[in-house]
Ligand binder design. Structure first.
Ligand code: ADP
Ligand code: ZN
Length: 768
């Protein structure tokens, strides 16, 4: 077998090999290599069972090194046995694991666990084997049938004849279960036929089918537009050079996916493999069908809605070289492919590419490392690239590729902004503005479909005035303050400062302060009141609990079972529904005032993505954005589909306020049940850390003020699960001195780990 690489020593004494094994125990005390005696068929990357500790308890481990000699003088234990006949880790994955340990400051075993399905460890899932039989090779059915009857013409065994006939008619392998379903009580007949040598056991293993039997029709590569062809050519050239990171900025519906697929085809033609990462929520059945339609069985999917068994089967198909294209969410970046020529990260701006669990890796950074190790190309794609990625592209760190037009010159949808303050002043206290009501009615009358979007994140958290749109912000940090129901006050999630909520607005003096937004259910009720009889579907956290709920809701909507789809983020991404001509962003402000320096960027991205769902078939799409802050740049620029204008605006803001990419945030979180020692440990850590950073800056001759600020105290959410939470937040200006300062932060943290220390993050996704 190809995957099985043997290491035969030149030494004539068989079995004299030594394996360096890490045991599968997440404990810093044992997070290193232990040497064992091994048989000569041991493979690098194989999982093995080894005796461990003074009791020699059998523990699972990974072979990370093999050597022919051993220098130590301790008597060595021997490996008990390998767990699989093949290696579960490729050589490249082992190097990657060391890099992850280094880059994300985690245990090596935690890094390795990212690459192995949890189900494989501790033998939780078994391969699914089905017993099958087929006609024995070289048997002539006529001849055998002739030999079967008794002299008087009656069959010797009617059952055996029946089974034999069934098999020769089907002319294929059949599972014994299927045969018994056709012919009750056939098992003894099957056995007799096997004994006579007429049929043989095939007994292949089958893979569980995560596609539920759906086989999409095969598609052929489309003839590319001139712009697409140009982009593909540049990607191909980079693939030939075997290096590069490229950012593809293409508006919604510009044909990015087609470009991805043709680049993947090149990778396959040249004997390589490819990974396509998509955000979990946009991994719709529609997306899977597009890739399976083009590449068939060569596609494997990896996402969180697979059952453990399915996940394991898909992983094994990849590891054994049966699948060469992996489509999946964040964790699919670890897929055990060999010779990776291309990694595509679609919707690269999405937050979901950063893991919130230890190790807190960024799938994009991991993808970049894997491309380096394999000689592959990293292709980041988005209609709204993250400000940081675009910044890098402008600075020449990434190659910038562009698809500025929709396919077939379809126009982008026309966007109206509705000022909800005016609606309020005019006495409309409902959820729908006059404009949105009017457009909805027209859309429904034309028998077309509409999507109503509500951002769940930020829902009911920020505090604002309904009358003038004023939003309360922190005086320190210039981010929106968050309403805390329990304390009945506002709080800044960056610095912890609190404020009481005044009765009247400080801006206009009116008593219309509110802190509750709109939810999907309220929109559903309002729709029912305003348009009795119109069918709607709701897609949010509540309605998508079951495994196939997404698929069911989307397929019902695309079948036309309902005219209106009401939903959260889940409806924003990747849907290609030709009959949707109207998109309503019901409450844009919830997106604008999330307490985060990236809220403006995220809001712009979200509005652009949601708007991109409208008018994909004929270009007659319309979008209505309802907001209390109609002049907000994210709203205005999204309504004009002006990414570049937005980027220029936002990067200037970041530069002025010294936010990333011009600065770096670092957050260290501490968690413990006992408050007093926690406070003390945090304070001690903070003072030491500050010293270490300042020293690292001084040693390079840098100004100490490059440490822009450093605060420590309670985390915004003080307690979770009875455990107290405290955090250190610091900001460093990005200069040539930053890498050494970061090194100092890491080495200080490594040297001062304790029971209180929880995590260390650079530019964390949020700071709750
Ligand atoms: P994006 O990924 O940029 O949103 P898609 O790849 O989904 O865009 O393309 C939008 C639509 O245009 C899809 O229906 C796709 O099949 C179609 N399309 C893409 N490229 C071509 C092409 N070269 N010729 C014709 N249709 C195309
Ligand atoms: Zn603040």
């Amino acid at each position: 077998r190809k995957a099985r690489r043997r290491y035969r020593p030149s030494c004539p004494c068989r079995g004299a090999l030594f394996a360096q094994v890490i045991v599968d125990i997440a404990n810093s005390g044992v997070d290193r290599l232990f040497t064992y005696r091994a048989e000569d068929n041991i493979i690098l990357g194989q999982r093995v069972l080894v005796p461990f500790g003074s009791g020699n308890k059998p523990i699972e481990g990974y072979v990370l090194g093999i050597s022919e000699s051993y220098e130590g003088n301790i008597a060595l234990k021997s490996i008990i046995r390998p767990l699989e006949p093949y290696s579960v880790l490729t050589h490249e994955q082992i190097r990657l694991a060391y890099w992850i340990k280094q880059s994300y400051n985690c245990l090596l075993v935690d890094a390795l666990r990212l690459m192995i399905p949890a189900q494989l460890r501790r033998g939780r899932v078994k391969e699914k084997r089905v017993r099958t039989v087929k006609l024995a090779d070289g048997v002539d059915p006529q001849f055998i049938r002739a030999g079967m009857p008794k002299k008087d013409g009656s069959p010797k065994s009617p059952k055996q004849k029946e089974v034999f006939d069934l098999l020769s008619e089907s002319n294929a392998e059949m599972s014994t279960a299927d045969i018994c379903a056709f012919i009750p009580g056939a098992s003894s007949a099957i056995k007799a036929l096997i004994d006579k040598g007429y049929i043989t056991e095939a007994g292949r293993e089958t893979y569980r089918d995560p596609y539920a039997g759906r086989i999409p029709p095969r598609t052929m590569p489309l003839t590319l537009s001139a712009a697409q062809a140009d982009v593909l050519e540049k990607i191909s050239a980079a693939m030939d050079r075997r290096e590069g990171t490229m950012l593809l900025h293409g508006v919604t519906g510009s044909g990015k996916t087609e470009v991805y697929m043709q680049a993947i085809a090149k990778a396959l033609d040249e004997g390589g493999s490819a990974i396509v990462l998509v955000p979990e929520i946009s991994l719709t059945p529609q997306a899977m069908d597009r890739f399976r339609g083009r590449f068939g069985e060569q596609v494997a999917v990896l996402h969180s809605r697979l059952s453990p068994g399915e996940r394991y089967d898909e992983w094994r198909r990849i590891r054994l070289g049966k699948a060469k294209v992996v489509l999946g969410a964040r964790s699919a970046v670890f897929a055990p492919l060999e010779n990776i020529r291309l990694i595509v990260v679609d919707e690269e701006h999405e937050q979901s590419y950063s893991s919130e669990m230890t190790p807190r890796y960024s799938a994009i950074e991991v993808a970049q490392k894997r491309c380096k190790l394999n000689g592959g190309v990293l292709l980041l794609g988005s209609a709204t690239p993250s400000v940081t990625s675009y910044f890098r592209a402008k600075r020449g760190r990434y190659a910038l590729l562009e698809l500025p037009e929709r396919i077939n010159d379809l126009p982008l949808p026309k966007v109206d902004i509705v000022d909800m303050r005016q609606e309020f002043a005019a006495g409309n206290t409902g959820i729908f503005s006059g404009r949105l009501y009017h457009e909805l009615k027209a859309c429904l009358d034309r028998n077309e479909q509409a999507i109503l979007f509500i951002n769940r994140r930020g829902y009911s958290t920020f505090v604002s005035c309904r009358s003038c749109g004023y939003v309360f912000k922190c005086d320190n940090c210039d981010v929106s303050m968050t309403y805390h129901k329990i304390d009945k006050l506002m709080k800044c999630h960056y610095c912890g400062r609190t404020k009481n909520i005044p009765k009247v607005c400080p801006e206009c003096g009116k008593p219309h302060i509110k802190f509750f937004g709109v939810g999907t259910q309220q929109v559903e009720e309002q729709l029912r009141d305003s348009f009795p009889g119109v069918k709607s579907l709701r897609m949010d956290m509540d309605t998508t609990q079951t495994r196939n709920a997404h698929y069911d809701i989307l397929s019902r909507f695309s079948r036309g079972d309902a005219q209106v789809l009401i939903g959260t983020q889940m409806v924003a991404k990747g849907l290609d529904m030709p009959n949707v001509s109207l998109v309503g962003i019901v409450a844009a402000d919830a997106s604008l005032h999330i307490p985060d320096y990236r809220s403006c960027e995220r809001a712009f991205q979200l509005f652009t993505q949601v708007a991109g769902r409208a008018g994909r078939a004929n270009g007659n799409g319309r979008v209505v954005i309802q907001t209390y802050t109609p002049d907000h740049p994210a709203v205005v620029l999204a309504s004009r589909h002006d990414y570049k204008g937005f980027y220029e605006y936002e990067i200037a803001q970041r530069r002025a306020a010294l936010f990333p990419p011009y600065a770096l945030f670092v957050r260290v979180l501490f968690i413990h049940e006992d408050q007093a020692p926690l406070c003390e440990a945090e304070e001690r850590f903070a003072l030491g850390l500050k010293d270490a950073i300042l020293q690292a800056l001084k040693a390079q001759g840098a100004d100490e003020r490059e440490l822009l600020f450093m605060v420590w105290g309670e985390a915004p959410i003080k307690r979770i699960d009875g455990k107290y939470r405290r955090q250190i937040v610091l900001k460093l200006a990005r200069t040539k001195h930053t890498p050494k300062a970061v090194d100092a932060i890491y080495s200080y943290s490594n040297a001062h780990r304790s029971d209180y220390f929880c995590s260390l993050e650079l530019n964390p996704g949020d700071m709750f």
